[in-house]
Design a protein around this ligand. Structure first.
Ligand SMILES: [Zn+2]
Ligand SMILES: [Zn+2]
Length: 185
């Protein structure tokens, strides 16, 4: 099987993401560097922690084959152009971030595509890191399910907090991003 070119990968990202943006280019570069550093291209041997929920998040998943819904990609939203790549077989992990982008790189299609070929050292910075993951963070069947003692809803994967009366979901424990407007059915 031929290794796809950077252009091939970018085309796949653009098709999925819906437009050609600098974020797709940067996502391709982050994904290629990260997987090179951890020494695997197999999505079954990696977990990627993506540090923003914008364009790069799509590109990194498309290039690597990891998926948030399969727990091989995780969104850790620091609002940063960075991702950490963990090899789940060897334990090796590297964080890669975008160091420096030419201010004109977003101007037009050609400028964006040129960024595909800027040297790694000019565009990116990377560092070896250690990642600590709880057993319930790994892909595979849920290790644990509890019912929230306040709302009664199921909570998977150890996302609950312990209260005197029993487990609480994060929403009941700390307040929620939504407010209930009428009685549900
Ligand atoms: Zn985009
Ligand atoms: Zn609850």
């Amino acid at each position: 099987m031929d290794t796809p070119t950077r252009e091939d990968l970018l085309d796949r990202c653009v098709e999925f993401h819906g437009h050609l943006c600098l974020g797709q280019v940067l996502g391709v570069r982050l994904a290629l560097k990260g997987t090179e550093l951890i020494g695997t291209r197999s999505f079954k041997e990696m977990i990627i922690f993506i540090e923003n929920d914008r364009c790069i998040a799509d590109a990194i998943q498309i290039v690597t084959g990891t998926r948030i819904g399969r727990r091989s990609a995780k969104l850790i939203n620091y609002g940063k152009m960075a991702a950490t790549f963990l090899n789940t077989e060897s334990g090796a992990a590297y964080r890669v971030n975008v160091r420096n982008v030419d201010p004109n790189a977003g101007h037009d299609k050609e400028a964006k595509r040129r960024t595909l070929h800027v040297s790694d050292i000019e565009l990116l910075a990377w560092t070896k890191v250690a990642v600590f993951l709880k057993p319930e963070e790994f892909p595979g069947k849920p290790q644990r399910t509890v019912n929230c003692v306040r709302c009664g809803e199921k909570v998977f994967d150890g996302r609950e907090v312990q209260d005197d009366k029993g487990p609480l979901c994060l929403s009941c424990a700390h307040g929620s991003y939504y407010e209930t407007m009428e009685d549900g059915t």
